[in-house]
Design a binder for this molecule. Structure first.
Ligand code: ARG
Length: 568
């Protein structure tokens, strides 16, 4: 199979190069102009405002500049160019050329030598998983899928919180209350965690014992380690239940993994003269960070009691990821609330000379909150433990109700269960991924499970339709010929998939893939309304087009982590 580099089969990219050449020829100026897709296809296929930008610089009339470009520009890809409004250039592509280029569609990407490391999911041991972890898992996994698809080596790292004061508390509580960890489950741990936290906050003696316990744990005292490992094992079981249903798999490399490196990290910062002691704590002061009172806000890397914290661990992890994993791009997927912490860690690392930001990308891909119907933050309901797995199971149960109503008695129970599992999990993932990552969204079972509108089920339904049309056709795929505007529109949309992926590769916004998928589904449905496939003269051409469309759907589903069905 042919491998093609990023950008090669993008119309947008090709048009940019065509215009670049023309600008050079006509105005002796070299820049890569912006070319954008036209939302209204009757208006044009693509559009550029480059004449306007250039006219401003040359202090000339934009329509005149545009006209000069149009007169000089010729290329087999372009059917015609039109001047519009204050100086936009509308671009119409040549059908024959589109058809010949369509052979290039959806070839796999070349293997890249670069490695992308994504830190996502990362729940905390013995603590409640919150919806934020669900978001991190879904978004992080979608990004991991994208980079894998683009040919990069991907490391999916689960930076679980398995280290620190909370374990001192919890282990002390377990030992003192003589609790049986072996027979416990995650909800027990959560409850004990809550109790131990209360003790810790209210009882100074307990607090002291818990702090001593941390030291003993870090000194690898065998009986203490044993309890810690049991706690970890139980938590893991709880996590993996969710990961299994969601179909995600990460490498666990928790905070404790970096414990042996923490001292060295603090030493390194000290050696570089970056540490200031404030109230007994070792601090790094960075430009641009202020507390509420407008005082400089330090990044504390060693507490006054000598203990290391979340920041020290993150500095060690980043060092390891650069020096040992040799990652070329490092992405952290957490809620917006951690933006300041992570940015401080990145800035401290740069200041310490970990990496050159021109050579290595270290980024935070933050996300917003999940809200209840009434706009409040979705979290533990008062008293009872709110488990993510229950949320997922509820979506599956509701999907089943819908399926039962649709297929009254025509399907057996186990088929329905399997379909419900796919639809339920798809619905949760898609509702999340189709919202702009940085925005909050309202969690609504009813809406996410609908078969119409921008939902997982609507998109999947369109795909199922393609497959059933193709099943009925007797002719094989032949040369594509564009005889109806809806065919042409569908083909142009197919060309746009890789353009979208190229943007997501840069801005890490998976909602663009969902948006594209929905647009593809709608465009296909127009085609379906306007163009018969089976038994018409155009059958083999349309079969070919639908094969391509099917592939585009499959790529999108895969990148969003959605499973497909053959019928719905
Ligand atoms: N465990 C953290 C939490 O639940 C998220 C960790 C994110 N990753 C990181 N390297 N800090 O809030």
């Amino acid at each position: 199979m042919k491998n093609i580099p990023l950008g090669a089969c993008q119309l947008q990219h090709q048009l940019q190069e065509i215009f670049q050449k023309a600008l050079k020829k006509v105005f002796e100026i070299s820049f890569l102009p912006e070319i954008s897709r036209c939302k209204a296809p009757q208006q044009a296929d693509y559009q550029t405002a480059c004449a306007m930008a250039l006219a401003k610089e040359m202090k000339k009339n934009p329509r005149e500049v545009g006209q000069m470009l149009i007169e000089q520009l010729e290329d087999p890809l372009i059917d015609r160019l039109e001047l519009a409004g204050p100086g936009f250039i509308n671009i119409f592509l040549k059908d024959a050329h589109l058809v010949s280029l369509s052979d290039e569609l959806f070839h796999p990407f070349q293997k890249q030598s670069e490695k992308v490391l994504i830190d996502y999911s990362s729940p905390n041991v013995a603590k409640e998983l919150h919806v934020g972890h669900l978001r991190s898992t879904i978004i992080g996994d979608s990004l991991a899928r994208l980079f894998h698809f683009l040919g990069f080596e991907v490391m999916k790292i689960n930076h679980i919180g398995d280290f620190g004061t909370q374990f001192g508390m919890l282990v002390t509580y377990i030992l003192e209350k003589e609790l049986d960890v072996e027979k416990s489950c995650l909800p027990d741990l959560m409850e004990w965690y809550r109790q131990s936290k209360m003790e810790f906050d209210e009882n100074a003696h307990f607090k002291k014992r818990a702090q001593e316990m941390v030291v003993r744990l870090q000194a690898h005292e065998a009986p203490i380690q044993k309890i810690w490992k049991q706690i970890l094992e139980i938590s893991r079981k709880g996590f993996s239940e969710i990961y299994h249903v969601l179909g995600v798999e990460l490498i666990e490399r928790g905070e404790s993994f970096y414990q042996p490196y923490l001292k060295n990290i603090v030493d390194l910062f000290e050696k570089k003269g970056l540490v200031e002691v404030s109230h007994g704590a070792k601090c790094v002061f960075l430009e641009g960070y202020k507390d509420q009172n407008d005082h400089p806000l330090p990044l504390i890397i060693q507490k006054s009691d000598g203990g290391y914290n979340y920041a020290t661990t993150d500095l060690a992890a980043l060092y390891y990821r650069i020096e040992h994993d040799r990652a070329n791009r490092i992405i952290y997927v957490t809620d917006l609330g951690q933006a300041q912490h992570l940015n401080m860690v990145f800035d401290a690392a740069k200041k310490c000379g970990y990496y050159d930001p021109n050579q290595l990308l270290v980024e935070h891909a933050p996300f917003g909150l999940v809200l209840n119907q009434d706009g409040t933050k979705m979290k533990t309901r008062s008293g009872e433990v709110f488990r993510l797995i229950d949320l997922i199971n509820e979506a599956i149960a509701k999907a089943k109700e819908i399926l039962v109503a649709r297929h009254q008695g025509e399907m057996d129970e186990s088929t329905l269960d399997l379909m419900a599992q796919t639809l339920g999990v798809n619905a949760i993932k898609y509702a999340d991924l189709s919202t702009v990552r940085t925005k909050d969204y309202i969690f609504n079972f009813e809406r996410m499970l609908r078969f119409d509108g921008n939902t997982a089920a609507f998109n999947l339904y369109s795909y199922v339709r393609i497959k059933s049309i193709l099943k009925k056709c007797k002719k094989r795929a032949g040369a594509i010929s564009l005889t109806h505007p809806s065919e042409r529109k569908l083909l142009i949309v197919l060309f746009q998939l890789y353009e979208v992926l190229d943007i997501v590769r840069k801005d890490l916004m998976p909602h663009r893939i969902a948006e594209y998928l929905y647009h593809l589904a709608e465009t296909f449905n127009e085609f379906f309304r306007d163009c018969r496939v089976e038994g018409v003269d155009e059958e083999s051409s349309r079969v070919h087009l639908l094969h391509k469309a099917q592939k585009a759907f499959e790529i999108c589903f895969d990148l969003l982590g959605l499973k497909t069905l053959d019928r719905m």
